[in-house]
Design a protein around this ligand. Structure first.
Ligand SMILES: [Zn+2]
Length: 143
């Protein structure tokens, strides 16, 4: 498990010290972490689902699912991979460049109780606690 302070420091820096929702600059000690896809609906405490948030926006947001959660989760996952914040436990080992390449092609997400599945063209990455612990390749049916 990654320490809470480490998570917050990364998210704060990634979001450039601004509230993800209203864009206002916030001090680190005034920053809260918002689960972009709400925790109450199964959103996880992973880099791709946490954004820097001012106290006001966090109070207003409650457990509404933002319309663009899919795009944002994918975008933040790509960033986390690029920043070396996502570890792969898949054999054979992928190097950083290969992981970035894989993340680049991700187009959709599925959530279940156990993990988050990122799907790209011909593959799925199973992610839990910022780790890719399984990868499945498949072939598309001929159209
Ligand atoms: Zn705000």
């Amino acid at each position: 498990m990654i320490h809470k302070k480490t998570i917050k420091a990364y998210v704060y820096q990634r979001d450039q010290g601004k509230c993800f929702h209203c864009g206002k600059s916030i001090r680190f000690n005034q920053t809260t972490l918002d689960h972009y896809f709400p925790k109450s609906r199964g959103g996880t405490e992973e880099f791709f689902n946490l954004v820097a948030c001012c106290k006001f926006c966090n109070r207003m947001k409650k457990s509404v699912v933002p319309k663009d959660w899919l795009t944002i989760n994918i975008e933040l996952f790509k960033k986390a991979v690029l920043d070396g914040k996502v570890i792969s436990q898949v054999e054979p080992k992928y190097n950083q460049d290969e992981l970035v390449g894989l993340a680049h092609g991700i187009e959709s997400i599925f959530r279940n109780k156990i993990n988050t599945v990122f799907e790209g063209d011909g593959y799925r990455l199973y992610v839990k606690e910022n780790k890719i612990y399984k990868m499945v390749r498949f072939h598309h049916e001929e159209e």
